[in-house]
Design a protein around this ligand. Structure first.
Ligand code: HPA
Length: 270
């Protein structure tokens, strides 16, 4: 599975469309965070729909295109939007977009998402570095994969070295970066208060509808990965939390200033 003709085909489309240099870092931007591309210069954009094997569909708050260019001095590929399991029931929806990165030398990958918080000190509007995850949903993007490579180790799946660099970047940029364990719920309905109490009991600090399948895929492909949540709300029933999509999108957009500062510092030190 790791070596796949469709990855080269997708990479070929990027090259034809103007991705003419290295990729030093890849970023996936979650709900409401797409404006981070405003800081990019010499930018080429390619809609997902133009790339073989890329997922179609849309969710409000996600543009669904690739942006390649210079971000804070580094050559960066930005996924402006992602595909989620809840759109089609395919946990491997991001397989080709992430597998394609192997054709560009497997640059480090930073995922971002909007998440609900289960921890009183991770407040809406803030940022949290994901340290580990819990996947109790059942779906796994590697079901159907073959060979011993499918038995992917998940200790330190969230790369310790990248995490350290992100923490340093947060400290030097003045962005407040908490940390926590992320639990994947498939969505698209939000959790019930009882599910949130369960998640808390099981050791989760953050909940969301993405990221976990992407981290599993990235590790399968040998890509170093880290993930940051923008906290948009308290989990259902906690401190009056009643999450809904418009709030998620709008709070994430407002909170993206801190994330921009953090990326500026992270990329300039990369
Ligand atoms: N639950 C699941 N996904 C989310 C949430 C939430 O509370 N907030 C933002 N994305």
């Amino acid at each position: 599975m790791a070596v796949d003709a469709i990855f080269d085909e997708a990479a070929g489309t990027l090259i034809d469309r103007g991705v003419d240099g290295p990729i030093e870092c890849a970023l996936v931007l979650g709900t409401g965070l797409g404006r981070i591309v405003d800081d990019m210069v010499d930018m080429v954009t390619i809609p997902f729909s133009a790339i073989p094997g890329f997922p179609l569909g849309e969710v409000s708050g996600h543009a669904r295109q690739l942006c390649y260019g210079t971000l804070f001095g580094k050559k960066v590929l930005i996924f402006q939007g992602r595909a989620h399991y809840y759109e089609t029931g395919d946990p491997a929806a991001m397989r080709v977009p992430l597998g394609m990165l192997t054709a560009f030398g497997s640059p480090p990958l930073i995922l971002t998402n909007a998440a609900g918080s289960l921890k009183p000190d991770l407040r809406p509007g803030g940022l949290a570095l994901i340290t580990d995850h819990i996947n109790l949903n059942g779906p796994n993007p590697l079901v159907g994969d073959v060979g011993d490579g499918r038995f992917v180790p998940m200790v330190d799946a969230y790369d310790p070295h990248l995490r350290l660099r992100l923490k340093k970047a947060a400290a030097s940029s003045g962005a407040n970066l908490g940390e926590g364990v992320y639990m994947w719920f498939t969505g698209p309905s939000f959790e019930t208060p009882a599910e949130i109490r369960m998640a808390k009991t099981l050791g989760a600090d953050l909940v969301g509808m993405s990221t976990v399948p992407e981290v599993i895929l990235a590790r399968r492909f040998g890509i170093r990965v880290a993930a940051i949540s923008v906290i948009t709300n308290m989990g259902a029933g906690l401190l009056g939390g009643t999450p809904h999509h418009a709030e998620t999108r709008d709070v994430a957009t407002a909170a993206s200033t801190g994330l921009r500062r953090l990326f500026r510092s992270f990329l300039s030190e990369l």
